[in-house]
Design a protein around this ligand. Structure first.
Ligand code: 13P
Length: 255
C-alpha cells in the first residue's frame, strides 16, 4: 500500500473559531473510520490561526502545517513569520513556493530555496509547490518549467535531506478552476518528476512524496490517488468543508 499524504491548504480562509470548528469536525469524522497507517493528514491554516489549530489537533492524528515562512529566524522583517515561531506551536510542515505567492508576491525560486533551507535546518518539512501555466503547457514547456523550478528551489540540497521534502505538483491552470489535470496528464507529469528526482537523488529520490494539487475533490480523488507516483494531494477549496475533506481522505483509505 503506497503512502499518501493529504494536506489541506486553507489559504486566506477561516478565523480562529472556524479553525477550531473545522478541525473538530474532521477529528469527529476521522474517529469513525479506521484510517490506514499509510495515510497522513495535514491542515495548513492561516498563520493567525496556527495556535488555535495547534490546540485543536491535540490527541489526534492530524498534523499541522503553515502556508509560508521567512528564511531568517528573527529580525527586522515586518509582517513576516519565522520557522522557530512555527515550531513553537508544533508545526511540522510548511508550504513554500505556492503559485499564488509566486504570482502575487513575486516569489522566485532562489528565495524559495532559502526558505527550504531554513525549514530543514529547523527540522520542519517543506511542501514545495511547482507547476506550469496553461500557456506553458500548451507550448509544451511543462517539463522544462518543472525541472527549472526543482533545480533552483532545491539548489545545494543533499540527497539525505530529500527524505524530509514533499513536492506538490500543482498545474496553475487547475487551481481553483474546477478543471483537474486528466489522469494521463497527471501520470505523465508525475512520472517525469519521479524519474528526474531519482536521477538527481539516487538514494531518496524514489521515496519522495509527490502530491497532486488543483481542483482535487471528493469525486476525482480516488482516480487521482490511484495514479502511479501520486503520493497524496494538496487540497484547497475542498479542504474547507469537513464532508468533502473526509470524503477525499476516505478515497485514499479505500485504495
Ligand atoms: P484548489 O483545490 O482550490 O484548486 O486549490 C489547490 C491549491 O492551490 C492547493 O494548494
Amino acid at each position: 500500500m503506497k503512502k499518501l499524504i493529504i494536506a489541506g491548504n486553507w489559504k486566506m480562509n477561516t478565523n480562529a473559531k472556524d479553525t477550531i470548528n473545522l478541525i473538530n469536525g474532521i477529528k469527529e469524522q476521522i474517529n469513525k473510520i479506521t484510517l490506514n497507517k499509510n495515510i497522513e493528514i495535514i491542515v495548513c491554516p492561516p498563520f493567525i490561526n496556527i495556535e488555535a489549530a495547534s490546540n485543536a489537533i491535540e490527541n489526534s492524528i492530524i498534523k499541522l502545517g503553515a502556508q509560508n515562512c521567512h528564511y531568517e529566524s528573527k529580525g527586522a522583517y515586518t509582517g513576516e513569520i519565522s520557522t522557530p515561531m512555527l515550531k513553537y506551536f508544533n508545526c511540522e510542515y510548511c508550504i513554500v513556493g505556492h503559485s499564488e505567492r509566486r504570482q502575487y508576491f513575486n516569489e522566485a525560486n532562489q528565495f524559495i530555496n532559502l526558505k527550504i533551507k531554513a525549514l530543514l535546518n529547523d527540522n520542519l518539512k517543506p511542501i514545495l509547490c511547482i507547476g506550469e501555466t496553461l500557456q506553458e503547457r500548451q507550448n509544451k514547456f511543462t517539463f522544462e518549467i518543472l525541472k527549472n523550478q526543482l533545480d533552483e528551489s532545491l539548489a545545494e540540497l543533499k540527497d539525505e535531506q530529500m527524505s524530509n521534502i514533499i513536492i506538490a505538483y500543482e498545474p496553475i491552470w487547475a487551481i481553483g478552476t474546477g478543471v483537474t489535470a486528466n489522469a494521463e496528464q497527471i501520470y505523465e507529469t508525475h512520472n517525469y518528476l519521479r524519474n528526474y528526482l531519482v536521477q538527481q537523488y539516487p538514494i531518496n529520490g524514489k521515496n519522495i512524496i509527490i502530491q497532486y494539487g488543483g481542483s482535487v475533490n471528493e469525486k476525482n480523488a480516488k482516480e487521482i490517488f490511484g495514479i502511479e507516483n501520486v503520493n497524496g494531494a494538496l487540497v484547497g477549496g475542498a479542504s474547507l468543508k469537513v464532508e468533502q475533506f473526509i470524503s477525499i481522505i476516505n478515497s485514499g483509505n479505500e485504495l
